[in-house]
Design a binder for this molecule. Structure first.
Ligand code: GLU
Length: 450
C-alpha cells in the first residue's frame, strides 16, 4: 500500500471488476465509500477485482481511474487482486490446514441434479456436503479417475451469523441454511468471495458499503474473517437502484459514466443526485463535494429501492450549471467571451456546452424570422430610437412603448426575434449590452427590411 496508516484509520474501498465501464449503480457505491471515508477523515481505496483474467480488461481499469477522477473521487491508494495472488495462496493454505476449506468433486450437472431433487421435495437447495464425507480412499479414487477438485469453504453451523448493518439494522443468518460456497475452481482460479475477505483484512478496511445484493455474501464473509483470525469490518448494504419504471432496466444498467460525460453532465450533478437517492434527505443541487461529505449520513438511508430518473439528473444539472463560475467555461468558450456574457447566458443553460450556441446569438450570424409588415415598421422605429447608455434595453423599450402603445409580447417579442433570432433566451437587457450598439442597430434595420 502507498502508506502505512494506523490500524484504526477509517478505511473504505470501492472494488469494481474491470469488466465494463462504471455505471450509475457502481458510481453510487463508489460515492458512498468515498463520502464515508472523507467524512471520517480516513482513506478511500480503489481495489481492482481482476482475478477473472478472461473477463477483465486493462482498458476498463483505465476507464475506472479516469471516471473516478472526473467525478472528483480520486482514491488514496489502488490495489489489484491479480497482483496479490500469493497472499490468497498463503491464507488458503492456512484454511486448508485448519479444515475450513475442502475439496469437492461434483460436476456442474451433478450439482444441478441434487438441486432439482431437493427442490422437488420442497426443500431448500443447500449443498449436502457429500464431498466432506468422502474418505481418503474415495478421494484418491476420484483423483485417479482424473477428476480435479474445486474447493468449498466450510461454514460453521454452530453459531448464528449476526451483524448490525448501518442501513438494514440487526441482521441474523443461520449458516446451516446456506451452502458451503465454492471459493476456488478446479483450474485454481478464485471466485470473488475469499480474496475479497483476505484483502479487506490486509488493507485494514474498517467499513464495507455496498449494494444489498451482497447481503448473503456478507454472511459468508463474516465467517471467513473469523476463520482468518480477524474481526469483520462494519457493514452497510444499500437498497438497489432502479429505473423510473421500478425495475433495473437495461437502459439504467447501460447508463455508464462515459455516456454521462458525452452528454455533458456535470460530475457534481451526478454526485449530488446519487448521494441523496434512497435517503430521506432531499435531492439538492449541491455543487461542492465538501457539502456532500458533511451531510452524508447512513442513518438517512431507507430500505426501499432508490429510483434513478434521468430527468431528475437533467434538472439538478441545470441548477448546478446556473451556479458555475466563469472559470468553469472559460477553457472552451470562444474568444471574446466575458464574465458578463457568462452571467447573462448561464441562467438559460441546461448543459454547460450550450453556452457556445447562445454566444453565437451575441456574435452572430443569426437567422431572423419573417416579420409582418406591421412588425417591420415597428422594428424600423426601434432602429431609429436605439440609444446607448448603461441600460439601452430599458431606454429602447420605454421609448417604443410611449411611441407605439405596444406592450407585453407585442412590444418585446419582435425585438428579441430581430436581435437574437430566437423566441426565448437570456435577459435582453444583459444580452443587448453584449451585442453592442452597432450590431444591434444593424440587426434591427435588417429585420425591418426583410
Ligand atoms: N467486485 C465485487 C463487485 O463488484 C466487489 C463487491 C464488494 O464490494 O465486496 O460486486
Amino acid at each position: 500500500m502507498s502508506a502505512n496508516p494506523a490500524p484504526s484509520t477509517p478505511t473504505t474501498r470501492f472494488a469494481p471488476s474491470p469488466t465494463g465501464r462504471l455505471h450509475v449503480g457502481n458510481i453510487r457505491t463508489a460515492l458512498h465509500n468515498f463520502l464515508a471515508a472523507r467524512q471520517a477523515g480516513g482513506r478511500f481505496l480503489l481495489r481492482i477485482d481482476d482475478t477473472d483474467a478472461e473477463r477483465s480488461r486493462e482498458e476498463y481499469v483505465e476507464a475506472i481511474r479516469e471516471d473516478l477522477a472526473w467525478l472528483g473521487m480520486t482514491p488514496d491508494g489502488e490495489e489489484r487482486q491479480s497482483e496479490r495472488l500469493e497472499l490468497y495462496e498463503r491464507a488458503f493454505e492456512r484454511l486448508v490446514e485448519d479444515g475450513r476449506v475442502y475439496r469437492a468433486y461434483e460436476t456442474a450437472q451433478e450439482l444441478e441434479l441434487k438441486r432439482k431433487i431437493l427442490l422437488g421435495r420442497g426443500k431448500p437447495p443447500i449443498y449436502d456436503r457429500a464431498a466432506l464425507a468422502l474418505t481418503d480412499a474415495e478421494r484418491s479414487e476420484k483423483e485417479a479417475q482424473g477428476i480435479v477438485p474445486h474447493w468449498r469453504f466450510k461454514l460453521d453451523h454452530e453459531s448464528p451469523i449476526i451483524w448490525d448493518d448501518a442501513v438494514r439494522g440487526p441482521q441474523k443468518f443461520d449458516a446451516a441454511q446456506m451452502s458451503d460456497p465454492v471459493i476456488r475452481r478446479a483450474d485454481n482460479s478464485w471466485l470473488y468471495m475469499l480474496p475479497s475477505a483476505i484483502d479487506d483484512i490486509d488493507m485494514a478496511i474498517t467499513q464495507v458499503l455496498r449494494g444489498e445484493d451482497h447481503v448473503s455474501n456478507t454472511a459468508v464473509q463474516i465467517q471467513m474473517f473469523e476463520a482468518l483470525g480477524a474481526s469483520p469490518p462494519a457493514f452497510a448494504h444499500t437498497a438497489l437502484l432502479v429505473g423510473r419504471e421500478g425495475k433495473l432496466s437495461k437502459r439504467l444498467g447501460s447508463l455508464g459514466c462515459d455516456a454521462f460525460r458525452e452528454q455533458d453532465y456535470e460530475p457534481m450533478a451526478i454526485n449530488a443526485l446519487l448521494a441523496r437517492l434512497g435517503t430521506s434527505k432531499p435531492v439538492e443541487p449541491i455543487a461542492s463535494m465538501a457539502e456532500l461529505i458533511e451531510t452524508f449520513d447512513l442513518s438517512s438511508f431507507g430500505r426501499a429501492p432508490a429510483k434513478f430518473d434521468e430527468a431528475e439528473l437533467a434538472r439538478i444539472n441545470a441548477q448546478i450549471v446556473h451556479q458555475l463560475p466563469f472559470e468553469a467555461v472559460s477553457g472552451f468558450v470562444p474568444e471574446g467571451f466575458t464574465p458578463e456574457a457568462w452571467h447573462a447566458i448561464r441562467p438559460n443553460l441546461e448543459k454547460k456546452s450550450e453556452v457556445v450556441e447562445w454566444w453565437q446569438t451575441v456574435t452572430g450570424p443569426i437567422t431572423q424570422p419573417e416579420f409582418s409588415a406591421e412588425d417591420r415598421s415597428y422594428l424600423a422605429e426601434a432602429a431609429s430610437l436605439l440609444e446607448w447608455d448603461e441600460n439601452p434595453w430599458q431606454k429602447l423599450t420605454g421609448a417604443l412603448k410611449d411611441r407605439t402603445g405596444r406592450k407585453g409580447r407585442a412590444l418585446f417579442l419582435p425585438l428579441r426575434q430581430a436581435l437574437t433570432g430566437r423566441d426565448h433566451g437570456p435577459d435582453m437587457g444583459e444580452l443587448l449590452l453584449l451585442i453592442g450598439e452597432e450590431e444591434a442597430r444593424a440587426r434591427l434595420e435588417a429585420a425591418s427590411k426583410a
